[in-house]
Design a protein. Structure first.
Length: 193
């Protein structure tokens, strides 16, 4: 359930009044990350809430301090992402930056303004028994994708399990070409060694 605009303003006003998350050096990293995501969401919101000046000042201070003090190291590539990077570079001759940082978001497999997200079946999806076991994206994955899109990134996705089934580089290259060109997605056959 989403907060009404009135409830959102009241909540944020109380956070500003208490200077939540400030000073940044006294805030736990996990809590700081949530406040930074909140600030990003509010700044990039498609339907922005008109916020009181005290809230705007609090959010600006939070962002400025966090940017100055918080050191975010991009996460290392997973073995699947390393393999995708290898195929993109060696088999397809695509210029790829392995990792970059865009504010609070760590981006992997960046090609210009395009990001290839490798989704993990166990951490990026949940299964809903009410819909016959259908896999749906988790809320935090959707939020990440929405923030990337609002920051101007083109987002491509590939499910890690699809990649793991492929044993030959030619099939991996075909799958990547399909994803990059935005063609129709279909279950990939399992190919032998």
């Amino acid at each position: 359930t989403l907060l009404s605009e009135q409830a959102r303003v009241a909540y944020l006003s109380r956070c500003a009044e208490l200077s939540m998350g400030l000073p940044v050096r006294m805030t736990k990293p996990a809590v700081l990350r949530q406040f930074r995501l909140l600030e990003d969401c509010l700044r990039l919101d498609y339907h922005p809430t008109t916020l009181p000046s005290s809230v705007q000042i609090w959010l600006q201070n939070l962002r400025t301090e966090a940017d100055a003090q918080d050191v975010i190291e991009p996460a290392q590539l997973s073995p699947v992402e390393e393999d995708i990077l290898r195929v993109l570079r060696e088999e397809m001759d695509v210029a790829v930056t392995p990792t970059i940082q865009d504010g609070i978001l760590s981006l992997r497999l960046v090609m210009g303004k395009t990001v290839l997200e490798v989704l993990d079946a166990s951490t990026d999806f949940y299964i809903t028994p009410a819909m016959g076991g259908q896999k749906l994206l988790r809320a935090d994955t959707k939020l990440r994708q929405r923030l990337l899109w609002r920051r101007g990134w083109r987002l491509l996705t590939l499910v890690e399990d699809e990649w793991a089934k492929l044993k030959d580089d030619i099939y991996k290259k075909d799958l990547l070409e399909e994803v990059i060109l935005g063609g129709p997605r279909r279950p990939s056959p399992i190919h032998g060694d």
